[in-house]
Design a protein. Structure first.
Length: 265
């Protein structure tokens, strides 16, 4: 079997998981990670005319001079949402913050307008409010890459269909959004923030004069006992977020009991 050749564009967890799956049945002849790599893509494509382009979380605008050389299929863009919902740079994080339990992935044709191309493939998965962000990234990227691998190997690529509905847009996050605010949010909303901001920009809270990153937490169950060894945040609606793992500034990650013993005596 001749493996399809792929020029891959991407960075971060979505790209990493997609690339690992594509390697199983495809030949990755080049991995573009930066804007500077795009000139090399042009050169490589001249000698690999049948190479396909696949993009996942590239973070660089790809202009027409690159798009045109991959026609007629175009560059396949793996985007982790059910387009046109959650276009932009943070679809998974925005869905988690919104309390979504359904997460989707789309494979679309890359076009100059952001995340507006026609859809080759989409699929939706169910997760709960405790599913780690990385697990969501892995599931969505792997599924989309499996679709592409099978379609390119078999030659049975579906016909892309125009997006339907009113688009919504996501934004980049920054560290100004990191502080947890139990005086404004429920325990479930705080939990969603911790999950969404894991990795970056992280979720923070001050215990006394200690600036801490909250690594892992859960919402108190009705029958769950609270003791002196419980580290918690009581929210404005009386719901309670229990901290499981925490990282004081400049220190290693530790469980809540170790934090209490070491810092809150």
């Amino acid at each position: 079997m001749n493996k399809p050749e792929i020029i891959f564009f991407g960075n971060g967890p979505l790209a990493d998981y997609a690339l690992a799956t594509l390697r199983e049945n495809c030949n990755i002849i080049f991995h573009a990670r930066t804007k500077e790599n795009l000139e090399e893509v042009k050169t490589i494509k001249k000698t690999h005319l049948k190479a396909y382009g696949v993009l996942a979380s590239f973070g660089v605008i790809v202009k027409n001079d690159i798009l045109d050389i991959f026609e007629p299929e175009g560059i396949f863009n793996i985007h982790p949402s059910l387009l046109p919902k959650y276009r932009g740079p943070s679809p998974i994080e925005t869905a988690i913050l919104s309390g979504d339990t359904e997460f989707s992935v789309s494979v679309m044709k890359l076009v100059p307008e952001m995340d507006a191309g026609p859809i080759y493939y989409s699929k939706t998965f169910d997760f709960d409010l405790t599913t780690p962000k990385d697990e969501i990234y892995r599931a969505l990227a792997t599924d989309a890459a499996h679709y592409l691998s099978e379609a390119l190997v078999s030659g049975n690529l579906s016909t892309p269909v125009a997006q339907k509905g009113t688009p919504t847009f996501t934004k980049k996050f920054d560290k100004s959004m990191s502080p947890l605010k139990p005086e404004e949010k429920t325990a479930i909303e705080l939990l969603c923030q911790i999950r969404a901001f894991s990795g970056f920009p992280k979720s923070t809270y001050h215990f006394g004069d200690l600036d801490c990153i909250i690594i892992k937490a859960h919402v108190k169950a009705p029958d769950e006992e609270i003791t002196k060894r419980t580290l918690l945040l009581e929210c404005y609606d009386k719901s309670i977020l229990i901290i499981d793992e925490i990282q004081p500034a400049g220190r290693k990650v530790m469980n809540a009991e170790s934090f209490i013993n070491g810092y809150l005596k």
